[in-house]
Design a protein. Structure first.
Lengths: 335, 335
DNA sequence: CCATCGTTCTACAACGTTGTAGGCAACGTT
DNA sequence: AACGTTGCCTACAACGTTGTAGAACGATGG
């Protein structure tokens, strides 16, 4: 059976509260008493009941990370960094998948995990600012650009500038017919909108036309969607000499479609992605990409949450920016 | 402020317990009373305090999944299936990363999350049966072949047979110098041992020599390790005509190394992996592999846990086997 | 020798929930 | 008319923990 403070107390011949004090490191406990209690704890293999502790203290030591899908490598890698960053604060991370569905995201935001978690790090895809308005609950940190003017703390990267820079790199390499894969309806994808804006900025600055037939939408951002979009571009006959995919999995799908079409990358078509997932470092060819500093994103998010928990919950929401860099690999190098 | 049963009760003009009964779907509540209570719940946006509920009931509705690393695609995909399977039981899944380190795995097994979770699904890499002996705590389901004779329920696939079958397939295709990548010291990798055994079985049955120089170890099973091992095989001059990698990420790394060496897959060297991760369906070439039924594995694990929770905790441990199939793609097809 | 103070410890209540026991009507049965 | 049964509801206690208040004790200072 599981042991309680009471069992330890009886064995050590002290009160329940004294055991509690020992467990919590309270200073005014005589060394010999402390020793007796610790011995009893060890003998009974006592572990605190976290639910009871939480009920009393109002803290669980658990935070949640809600992401659309774990088998999207970007989120899996991010999850890993968040778990690591949270460990530094003694927190356990509960990971929730929303599937990117608005309904599920609302459930998560309004706290299905209520009372179980101290805080929430949330990467929404479909949520709107209205969904968040009037939430009094758990402190929350949003990742990404979705919900720009909400009431919660945020961590993002400058998508527009990053997209502009990687597009500019393609232009510098001499590409002139640069396609984009991954556009979405405005109400769906905030990242898509911003990356498209950066792409368009770069073209405009270089005096190139923005050609709608070169912009391919992608409902989701999986490999299959990237492959489908690329095949569409190829069969439509627009013949791009470079492709900017709005994330790496799209790009990996595009690489596949180009390969099937007998086109060489980067000789015939250059390809760039966004996210710097591990696959891109081993794909054939390796993938040039925008590499957000995921460790930093995770660290900032956890830190914001910690400040919110320990400090002023009513303080105005902060929006922090994490750095990124361009990771240039084979898919853009003309050897 | 957060609302309690008491607040709802006052607003609805009933006792606290009646509200509790409504929340829990107790049948003997007059429809009009139920309506009043539900209205009050909606108005106050009441959510149960899970810690308090747990304290009273001894159940949290949370199970944990402990895996070595989330950014290993196989575990990310598995995690997704476990979350889905658990949702059918109304459970939330807390995901823990052990890093595959024995110390951390012991902490998880002995219950760092003690009292917070109802059960644990655990994919250990380094744990031993002794580490598990004498654990009285949370019900646990182990995934994989590590800890074969422990006291806990298990779900696995028949690694030896699967490895034998995919090796036999290579032999049928006419390959004679088949390398293996991913062997490990016996005390480290149970999967490695079993897959190596299946590989050796197939060679023996076909009358081929087991050549130690064709077997390359890999400390971890990441892409980088696969690439390193493959480069090692190539520079050692053993010239395999096929490679069986003990998982898909190793295989993706091997593909990369073969590409760098100017060798064509499958024309010069055929490559097979194990796990059927999504990347393998889009790699160049696409990867032939052993595809364990991950959905089934997850489902069985959750079901075992449910039985353990609702049924006899002292019942003898069960070991269930999940199916797999060979997924034959471009990396073995001679076109 | 008494008042004061810090140290060490204990008793009690409370966190929000649900199980148990029981009360009160309304109903059907004898 | 008396009785048991059923439906609906309430009061109370308990889950294991920690904050608060305060008791007991010895040490210190006047």
């Amino acid at each position: 059976m599981r042991q309680r403070l009471k069992d330890v107390a009886e064995r050590a011949g002290v009160s329940v509260k004294t055991v509690s004090n020992v467990v919590n490191g309270y200073v005014h406990v005589r060394p010999d008493t402390r020793a007796r209690v610790e011995e009893a704890i060890a003998e009974l293999n006592y572990r605190p009941n976290l639910s009871a502790r939480h009920l009393r203290k109002g803290r669980t030591g658990v935070i949640a990370l809600a992401v659309p899908e774990l088998d999207i490598p970007y989120f899996a890698e991010l999850a890993r960094y968040v778990v690591t960053a949270a460990a530094a604060y003694g927190w356990t991370v509960l990971i929730d998948q929303t599937g990117g569905r608005r309904e599920q995201e609302r459930v998560v935001a309004s706290g299905i995990t209520d009372h179980l978690i101290d805080g929430l790090i949330f990467s929404p895809l479909a949520l709107t600012a209205e969904d968040l308005a009037g939430l009094d609950g758990t402190p929350m940190v949003l990742l990404g650009e979705r919900v720009e003017h909400g009431p919660a703390d945020r961590v993002m990267i400058d998508n527009v500038t990053a997209a502009r820079e990687i597009t500019e790199h393609l232009i510098q390499l001499g590409h002139r017919r640069i396609a984009a894969i991954g556009s979405q309806r405005t109400d769906e994808g905030a990242s898509a909108r911003l990356r498209l804006a950066g792409y368009a900025d770069a073209l405009r600055a270089a005096g190139l036309d923005y050609d709608e037939t070169l912009v391919a939408p992608a409902l989701a951002w999986h490999r299959a969607d990237g492959a489908t979009a690329m095949r569409g571009l190829l069969t439509s006959g627009v013949r791009p000499d470079a492709v900017f995919c709005f994330n790496d999995t799209l790009a990996l799908g595009a690489l596949r479609a180009l390969h099937e079409a007998g086109l060489r990358v980067p000789e015939d078509v250059a390809v760039v992605g966004f996210d710097d997932i591990e696959d891109g470092r081993f794909s054939i060819p390796t993938l040039s990409t925008v590499a957000p500093d995921k460790a930093r994103i995770a660290h900032l998010a956890v830190e914001l949450l910690a400040n919110r928990l320990d400090g002023d919950r009513a303080a105005p929401a902060k929006a922090l920016s994490a750095p990124y860099r361009l990771e240039l690999r084979e898919s853009t190098q003309t050897r």
